[in-house]
Design a protein around this ligand. Structure first.
Ligand SMILES: CC(C)(COP(=O)(O)OP(=O)(O)OC[C@H]1O[C@@H](n2cnc3c(N)ncnc32)[C@H](O)[C@@H]1OP(=O)(O)O)[C@@H](O)C(=O)NCCC(=O)NCCS
Length: 158
């Protein structure tokens, strides 16, 4: 237990809940939701791990990331829509950073829609910096959005 929430690994029995969380978070943005099968394939691929954040037994958020040698990539992160702005996204992100650091990762990368103000603000607050841009990377309901490539450099101490 930690500040009223629990983190637990996403396993083979959690595919429906994980894909439902992904759907509710990304469909409104116009992104294709990941199916149960997408989740299963991702979680079975090398270096991929996932965590649920639970509050009072409810899975209110989740995160997936991939580690390869001393680099990691945040694949997705989402918080249930009615549960946002309570620090859960920040806690999920911090848990990935902590695990990455313990695993010897030096750089953590991610992609975020240039039009995704909440996520950009979360990452900026955590210390991510922009290192690239992929034009028209995301298809939205109304056109396209650029992807920003962000990097967080981990240091040994903190
Ligand atoms: C991005 C997301 C995970 C943030 O989760 P959250 O639990 O609401 O975030 P937190 O409460 O931990 O907020 C941490 C910081 O992020 C920023 N933030 C979060 N939501 C924000 C919003 N709606 N507007 C502006 N800043 C926001 C703020 O800097 C906030 O710090 P503050 O509350 O001290 O101001 C959530 O909005 C979400 O699931 N969005 C849909 C999926 C998505 O876009 N994922 C990221 C894809 S790259």
């Amino acid at each position: 237990m930690n500040d009223g929430f629990v983190l637990r690994p996403i396993g083979a029995l959690d595919l429906d809940r994980a894909s439902a969380l992904h759907r509710q978070a990304f469909e409104p943005l116009g992104e294709r939701p990941w199916t149960r099968r997408d989740m299963a394939e991702l979680l079975a691929s090398p270096g991929v791990a996932g965590l649920f954040l639970e509050v009072e037994g409810r899975e209110d958020g989740f995160v997936l990331w991939r580690t390869a040698a001393d680099e990691a990539e945040l694949l997705t992160i989402a918080v249930q829509s009615g549960r946002r702005r309570h620090g859960l996204g920040r806690a999920l992100l911090a848990s990935v950073v902590e695990r990455a650091r313990h695993g010897g990762v030096r750089n953590l990368f991610l992609e975020v829609g240039a039009d995704n103000a909440p996520a950009r603000s979360l990452y900026a607050q955590a210390g991510f910096v922009e290192v690239g841009r992929r034009p028209r990377y995301y298809q939205r309901h109304a056109g396209f959005a650029d992807a920003l490539v962000l990097r967080f450099t981990l240091t040994a101490g903190g």
